[in-house]
Ligand binder design. Structure first.
Ligand code: NAD
Ligand code: MG
Length: 386
């Protein structure tokens, strides 16, 4: 029996995680859940999974939740302190980090410092504070298993191999809904177009990131930290079928890949059950029906976010946190119709160019850079600069 805390239980990853918990009640029990604004769904989850502790972002949300949960034996907390209490709960063996954005960093880091094993979906934790986070993981001897499908594929393709034998890893990318759009067509795409991902069903922020390919940029940085590789050893291939989830190339020329249908339940379940595999009720991969698997180089002219991410990682220090913060604000502005699709990378580039890089000596530096990046991005949007 493994006891779980799920940070971000009402999101796409959180809901899929709870489906796995429900399917394997002998193996998993929920100790704590956290959510942002979706109080109605959180209340349903509490009634079904009976955690000891829940936390929501706002005090108002906590009051609404308490009303819905009258008579239910659960402690309700709010704010970052509440999220942290869930992350470090004494009974929890593993924390599923599934909050979206840099908001996931502080609670995830608290869980690591408390020695909890981590199932990591929140890639922004490593993008913004990779060096600090990986230092803590090593010091506390924490097992951190990736949930992101590409990183799960790499993790599986590295099993039983020696690190020094790796020549490079190849992250696959679907290319998103606009893979074949011209620059001119990209100029006028709408949030609804961008949210319609061809292969994966995901939260709004990561869906827009997939459309701009910032998601792949964030994943390159995530991979560098997780697998301790320089960015030169992390390549990206466009693979529209999303069947090969990523690959590792070894120095003898051998390439190991992990394949499957595009469904996050497989990598989530693997992160929960590693090194075992759960008997999931998944549709089998039918390669004969899939027919062709195709690959192409990414186009950095139409999708500059991928280039921006490589550059930010090379610059290091506070730069990736600023890039991430600017991206979060740009995505929000695009979704609310305040920014065009191609203005997303323009805005990020301008915010990063104005930033005075600092070393990541402590987590405070990350939080300051994050805040600065958000403020600067909002200011440039107001001024109509991007
Ligand atoms: P989502 O938007 O569906 O859910 C996010 C969750 O975080 C929700 O429970 C929400 O209430 C909570 N939340 C949002 N803002 C918060 C805040 N400020 N404080 C506390 N909680 C907050 O997101 P998702 O698609 O499930 O993605 C979650 C993470 O997993 C992201 O980092 C994403 O990049 C990563 N990921 C997602 C997928 C996917 O298929 N959805 C795949 C790979 C990686
Ligand atoms: Mg991914």
């Amino acid at each position: 029996m493994k006891n779980l805390t799920i940070l971000g239980s009402t999101g796409s990853i959180g809901v899929s995680t709870l489906q796995i918990v429900a399917a394997f009640p002998e193996d998993y029990r929920v100790v704590a859940l956290t959510a942002g604004n979706n109080i109605a769904l959180l209340a349903e989850q509490v009634i079904k999974f009976r955690p000891k502790l829940v936390a929501v972002v706002s005090e108002q949300g906590a009051e609404q939740l308490a009303k819905r949960l009258k008579g239910v034996d659960v402690e309700i907390l709010c704010g970052v302190e509440g999220l942290i209490r869930c992350a470090v709960h004494a009974d929890s063996d593993m924390v599923v980090a599934a909050i979206v954005g840099a908001a996931g960093l502080v609670p995830t880091l608290a869980a690591i410092k408390a020695g909890k094993d981590i199932a990591l979906a929140n890639k922004e934790t490593l993008v913004t504070a990779g060096s600090l986070v990986m230092d803590e993981v090593a010091q506390r001897d924490v097992t951190m298993i990736p949930v992101d499908s590409e990183h799960s594929a790499i993790f599986q393709s590295l099993a039983g191999q020696r690190g020094e034998d790796v020549r490079r890893i190849i992250l696959t990318a679907s290319g998103g809904p606009f893979r074949q759009h011209s620059l001119q067509q990209l100029e006028s795409v709408t949030p609804a177009d961008a949210l319609a991902h061809p292969n994966w069903s995901m939260g709004n922020k990561i869906s827009i990131d997939s459309a701009t390919m910032m998601n792949k940029g964030l994943e390159v940085i995530e991979a560098c930290w997780l697998f301790n590789l320089p960015a030169e050893q992390v390549a990206v291939h466009i693979h529209p079928e999303s069947i090969i989830h990523s690959m590792v190339e070894y120095r003898d020329g051998a390439v190991m890949a992990q394949l499957g249908i595009p469904d996050m339940k497989t990598p989530i379940a693997y992160a929960l059950s590693w090194p075992r595999r759960l008997p999931l009720d998944q549709q089998p991969l039918d390669l004969c029906r899939a027919g062709k698997l195709t690959f192409a180089e990414p186009d950095l002219e139409r999708f500059p976010c991928l280039r921006l991410a490589y550059q930010a990682f090379a610059a290091g220090g506070t730069v990736p946190a600023v890039m991430n913060a600017a991206n979060e604000i740009a995505v929000e502005a695009f979704l609310s119709g305040k920014l065009g699709f191609l203005a997303i990378p323009r805005l990020i580039e301008q915010v990063v160019a104005r930033h005075q890089r600092e070393e990541l000596v402590a987590i405070d530096k990350v939080l300051q850079a994050d805040l600065w990046g958000r403020q600067e991005a909002r200011k440039l949007i107001r001024e109509g600069v991007a």
